[in-house]
Write a protein that binds this ligand. Structure first.
Ligand code: ACM
Length: 263
């Protein structure tokens, strides 16, 4: 199958424009699964509660999910995309998984980064991989990457591919994903933003370099730091089933949790 990151520049508050950009980018290259950045439709830096009130959407009845549902049906593809969720007045930094036959699932970011803690509640549901035909997808959002437990939980739940929607501002993730993928023997698609966002008294520069990483840590595709682009890799997701690293070493069965300090 073909998996893709959609690396784009998002403009804060310009939902129609951002949706149009994302749609055009997805139309520019064929894939079976597209991963879009975190908060791709709204932009990243909220500065007031009323902005969140007006831009966050209900899932899946809001405008963004409805647009993504149409695109997924028209193209016969799966899409993972980050957006601000309004769940009865509770706000989450979420991502959705949408398929050709409809809405599938939502992940609410568990590890909030910096000022996100001013606006969003942390995710309230455990990490779960989602079955899609004969493979399983795991959703993560940006800063989740720094906690090895996040990807490990999804790998232990059987995920073959991690769909990682990001708005990265620190320089570490792309290289770290090599280890994250190797230690779980799993594929990952990190879809990052580019460009700068100036809001209030803060300016953030997003690092681009979106990446598709293979279970052995090979970087299959890496984007540039400054261009909108779609990166595609053709993979066999079932490769991620076999966790034997040598004839005598299995990544999960060889763990010794009884000797680990977990708290
Ligand atoms: C991040 O979690 N958006 C850095």
């Amino acid at each position: 199958m073909k998996i893709a990151f959609v690396q784009m520049n998002c403009v804060f508050g310009a939902v129609d424009r951002n949706l149009f950009q994302a749609s055009q980018l997805m139309d520019s290259k064929e894939a079976d699964l597209y991963v879009l950045p975190e908060l791709f439709n709204t932009g990243y830096q909220f500065t007031r509660k009323d902005e969140l009130n007006s831009l966050a959407e209900t899932i899946p009845s809001g405008l963004t999910c409805q647009m993504l549902l149409k695109i997924a049906a028209r193209k016969d593809v799966y899409i993972v995309a980050g957006l601000a969720e309004n769940a009865d007045g509770k706000f989450y930094n979420s991502s959705v998984l949408i398929g050709p036959r409809g809405y599938i699932s939502t992940y609410r970011k568990i590890h909030l980064f910096d000022d996100e803690k001013l606006w969003f509640l942390p995710g309230d549901m455990p990490f779960r991989a989602v079955q899609i035909g004969d493979l399983k997808l795991g959703l993560l959002i940006c800063f989740d990457w720094i906690f090895p437990e996040a990807m490990r939980s999804l790998a232990l739940d059987g995920a073959n591919i991690i769909c990682h929607s990001a708005n990265l501002v620190l320089p570490y993730c792309q290289d770290a994903m090599v280890t994250r993928c190797l230690e779980n023997f799993i594929f990952a698609v990190t879809a990052n933003r580019i460009g700068a966002e100036n809001r209030g008294n803060k300016s953030l520069q997003f690092t681009g370099k979106s990446q598709i990483t293979a279970p052995d840590g090979t970087i299959l595709v890496r984007g540039s730091s400054s261009a909108q682009e779609v990166g595609v890799a053709e993979i066999d997701p079932l490769l991620a089933w076999d966790k034997n690293i040598t004839g005598r070493n299995h990544l999960f069965n060889d763990r010794r949790p009884e000797l680990y300090k977990l708290r």
